[in-house]
Ligand binder design. Sequence first.
Ligand code: NCD
Length: 311
Amino acid sequence: MVKIFRLKHIISIKDFEREDVEYILDEASKLEDIAKSREISDELKGKILGLMFFEPSTRTRISFETAMKRLDGQCIGFTSSGSSSVSKGESIADTAKMFEGYSDALVIRHELEGVSKFISDVVDVPVINAGDGAGQHPTQTLLDLYTIKNEIGSIDNLRIALIGDLKFGRTVHSLSQALGLFDNVKIYLVSPPELRMPQEVLIDLNKTNVEYEEVTNIEDIIDDVDVLYVTRIQKERFADINDYLKIKGAYIINKKMLEGKDVIVMHPLPRVDEIDTDVDDTEFNKYFTQAANAVPVRMAILKTLIKNNPK
Ligand code: NCD
């Protein structure tokens, strides 16, 4: 049976079935050689990707650009609200419609939840959510799952600790919802009490077979997990900077804590101080591999959406 990818847009990981995730991960495996050997395939020759980044980004934007270029496509766009006409008062809908006229797919990052969904309702080209406020970051989740599958061998039966800012961290929202599509997964939610996983995500997890437990100490769970998924405290989303200062540095992973453990360390990056640099040269470090995996996974996403939805 020929498999097809059902979705036109990638807005929320909640729109995915397990087979949609598997489709992208399989495509990414097929494209990995091109990404790793730094070659170019002509799959998207002549196509243009529109990058609308209203909020800062390094990895996400650069890896989308790299992915498009490895498929022989090109990119246009802006990297902050200040450098777009939104700063002159243009509406987001108008900016998006103009981009629709120039490009074959749009990648959106914005500080407000729901903006990518809104844009997908006003344009006719595929829209990819590259992070909307404290909401979702579905393409990061796909590359996280790709990394877990490559490093651990399977996503089923996974034992994972999500550590840090579970309240504002969009990567952990999408990742935990995606893990709900797999079998026999246990998630330890490790955060300070102020930064616990939002109720709406827990409600979603309750509807799945995922088992989860909220804990405050890494030491209590480190022997039980395959993956420590560490996140940055999202300073920019605190209304009062003093609340940030109180919990800053709450969790710091270092080499000594990891010695003798059968665990890998992942992080969507950027890191501030939550992983000591002494972990970088150890076998526990998978965060740079994870960042590199962004290219084949985003190649798979772009190839699939643009080929499935020709203009
Ligand atoms: C994350 C993001 O933007 O949500 N970064 C990324 O895309 N790799 C994580 C973060 O900013 O902490």
